[in-house]
Design a binder for this molecule. Structure first.
Ligand code: SF4
Ligand code: SF4
Length: 211
């Protein structure tokens, strides 16, 4: 009986999944998004230097307000090269927490929620690096993780990508030490934490052609 009620509620509510990235985000968050502004400010991570904003270093502390304001633009990611077409179908992510505050993990998991439904784009999580197309590193890196991350990367079949997700993984954030494999990162998804929109769009682009 309970299942029937949920089923009928589902029919009444209709489809809630967003069309993003094919359509604009429904309610894009202002933080984090690209910052724009002018002038020198004291930035704790040196994300602002000589009037230039570095997304990979920004921890969204908002100390630079009002000189620098968020634009709402979610494209705070960069791709050093596009993936081969072999990755354009099912795409499996193997997440590694190298010392997060918990927020980057939460936002990554959000892309699997009904609102974003990454599975409609053939994006999934896996709990083994042997089935993974991309290693997703999140959090401030500690030396104790070197071995773990290197072994996980070696165990992945080719072709494979490394995604650094969040300011901590890209630049070390407030601590300042980037991951051991950051020089091999194909995709950098900046933000503290990045929004699900940013994560989803970056992964779709990284895996290449089509869904
Ligand atoms: S919001 Fe980002 S750019 Fe602005 S001061 Fe904080 S870390 Fe620096
Ligand atoms: S980048 Fe920000 S949200 Fe992500 S783990 Fe670091 S402090 Fe937390």
């Amino acid at each position: 009986m309970r299942n029937t009620i949920w089923f009928l509620k589902g029919l009444r509510n209709g489809k809630k999944t967003e069309l993003f990235p094919e359509a604009d985000p429904l309610e894009p968050p202002l933080w984090p998004s690209m910052l724009e502004g002018k002038g020198e400010v004291e930035c704790p991570t040196k994300a602002l230097e000589n009037g230039k904003w570095n997304a990979g270093k920004c921890i969204a502390c908002r100390r630079c307000i009002p000189q620098y304001m968020p634009t709402g633009n979610q494209k705070t990611y960069s791709l050093s090269k596009f993936a081969p077409s072999l990755l354009s179908r099912s795409f499996y992510l193997y997440p590694v927490d190298s010392g997060t505050c918990g927020a980057c993990n939460t936002e990554l998991l959000s892309i699997l929620s009904p609102q974003y439904d990454a599975s409609r784009l053939n994006i999934f999580l896996t709990n083994t690096p042997r089935h993974a197309d991309a290693l997703v590193i999140m959090g401030v890196y500690t030396e104790g993780m070197d071995d773990v991350v290197s072994k996980a990367y070696e165990a992945m079949p080719d072709p494979k990508l490394i995604i650094t997700l969040g300011a901590c993984a890209i630049s070390g954030g407030v601590i300042g030490k980037a991951p051991v494999l950051s020089d091999k990162a194909t995709v950098e998804i900046a933000g503290c934490p990045p929004s699900p929109y940013t994560i989803l769009e970056a992964i779709v682009k990284a895996k290449g052609g089509g869904k």
